[in-house]
Design a protein around this ligand. Structure first.
Ligand SMILES: Cc1cc2nc3c(=O)[nH]c(=O)nc-3n(C[C@H](O)[C@H](O)[C@H](O)COP(=O)(O)OP(=O)(O)OC[C@H]3O[C@@H](n4cnc5c(N)ncnc54)[C@H](O)[C@@H]3O)c2cc1C
Length: 387
């Protein structure tokens, strides 16, 4: 058992870290707080080919291994989690199109998605349904060679840049069970009736947009049905979420690492009662806890990623990594804030941003309660075991 990165992964990590130090960290606090879109950083990510991480080489992508995929999200989130978010749903949908799309869909979209010329996101959640995706109300009714889509999607990351946006719909609203009547349709930006109606105000994760999207009699050619067969939408989405959860776990590790680094540095420089606060045992305990939990979160994430690289289904493993690492990120950011005393509450320091960004990791790509039910079901059914 070897928990070290190989030579290629180590070199890749160094390139990413260099990019984050030079291009992201100097602007992250200001741009995130003002909600400024990180256009220049996105261009840099495109130059590195990162929009093609989950796209096969045959279509111009990098098709990187899942451990390297995790490294990208970890390193970016160490600088600014929101920037990693821009790549998150893009990568998930690229993976879905590459895995489930028809050859025509792959030829049409993947080469430009790989360069970042086109970007994408994923439209699942609705005002009345998130966890319960079978409860969505968006419908796509076939009329001749077109689908007519009606519904509203909520919280859609990248909505203003996605082209196409894969949208989960009901092609047969009466199907029982409901998932058998669900499909994914690729909706192109600019299609009449497709409107990004508003940006949703939020605690953190500023910079990238989170939007409400209205689909009002949107007519889409039947060729845009992902995979060309109705009724496979839920299965296509769920398979994408498996890798999506590794991305969230890795982003959580990045947040926790940033919290650790900030706390360590501050504790060595801040003096109280004639000595650095790092000399107080109470502070040492906090630093040790943050460091230990961060390292454990990192290892469980790499473990889930390497299992995925071995070609195994990793619902339980990615669920465990996402659940554990996101809770670590939340705790680490709070403890780092405590170590900073009053300055931890100030917008002049990074921990305030980490504290606002961390909770999203326990919600996105399935809440942590749902992660625990997935883990439990897998264990109880005997599909997986531990120990
Ligand atoms: C900033 C941000 C960005 C997002 N980006 C996207 C995106 O790009 N695309 C997209 O489609 N969605 C996106 N989402 C939506 C996100 O995936 C959902 O918020 C999440 O899946 C939870 O759904 P919900 O908000 O409807 O909560 P609900 O499903 O209403 O859950 C509410 C509570 O009930 C609990 N609960 C629900 N069902 C069960 C159950 N069976 N057992 C136990 N507990 C249960 C949940 O754990 C939670 O605590 C984003 C959300 C945010 C905040």
């Amino acid at each position: 058992m070897d928990f070290t990165l190989n030579e290629e992964q180590t070199a890749f990590k160094a390139v990413l870290r260099d990019f984050v130090e030079k291009e992201i960290k100097p602007v992250a606090n200001e741009w995130e707080r003002s909600g400024r879109y990180p256009t220049e950083i996105v261009a840099g990510l495109a130059d590195m080919g990162l929009f093609g991480m989950t796209i096969p080489e045959a279509y111009g992508g990098l098709d990187i291994d899942m451990v390297s995929f995790a490294l990208v999200f970890e390193e970016l989130a160490r600088g600014w989690m929101g920037v990693a978010g821009i790549l998150g749903s893009h990568s998930l949908s690229c993976w879905m199109i590459a895995k489930h799309g028809t050859e025509e869909q792959k030829q049409k979209y993947l080469p430009e998605l790989a360069t970042g010329k086109r970007r994408t996101g994923i439209g699942l959640t609705e005002p009345g349904a998130g966890t319960d995706l079978q409860g969505i109300r968006t419908t796509a009714k076939r009329e001749g060679d077109e689908y007519v889509i009606n519904g509203t999607k909520m919280w859609i990351t990248n909505a203003r840049y996605a082209n196409p946006l894969p949208v989960l719909v009901k092609t047969d609203p009466d199907a029982s069970p409901a998932h058998k009547g669900m499909s994914v349709i690729l909706v192109e930006a600019g299609t009449p009736g497709f409107t990004v109606s508003r940006d949703i105000g939020k605690l953190g994760y500023k910079g990238p947009e989170s939007c409400e999207v209205v689909l009002d009699n949107v007519r889409v050619p039947v060729e845009n049905l992902l995979g060309g067969v109705e009724g496979r939408g839920m299965q296509q989405v769920l398979s994408g979420l498996e890798s999506g959860r590794i991305n969230i776990a890795a982003r959580s590790v990045g947040i926790a690492q940033a919290a650790y680094e900030a706390a360590l540095e501050y504790s060595k420089n801040r003096h109280a009662f004639g000595q650095p606060i790092s000399e107080f045992q109470a502070i040492q305990l906090k630093i040790a806890t943050i460091a230990t939990q961060t390292q454990a979160a990192r290892l469980i994430t790499y473990w889930a990623a390497s299992k995925a690289d071995a070609g195994e289904r990793v619902d339980m493993e990615s669920g465990m990594a996402k659940y554990f690492a996101s809770e670590v990120a939340i705790e680490a950011s709070l403890e780092a804030m405590r170590i900073h005393g009053g300055y931890g509450y100030s917008t002049e320091y990074v921990v305030e941003r980490l504290y606002r960004d961390a909770p999203l990791m326990s919600i996105g790509e399935g809440t942590n309660d749902i992660m625990r039910t997935i883990i439990s079901k897998s264990l109880v059914s005997g599909k997986t075991s531990i120990g």
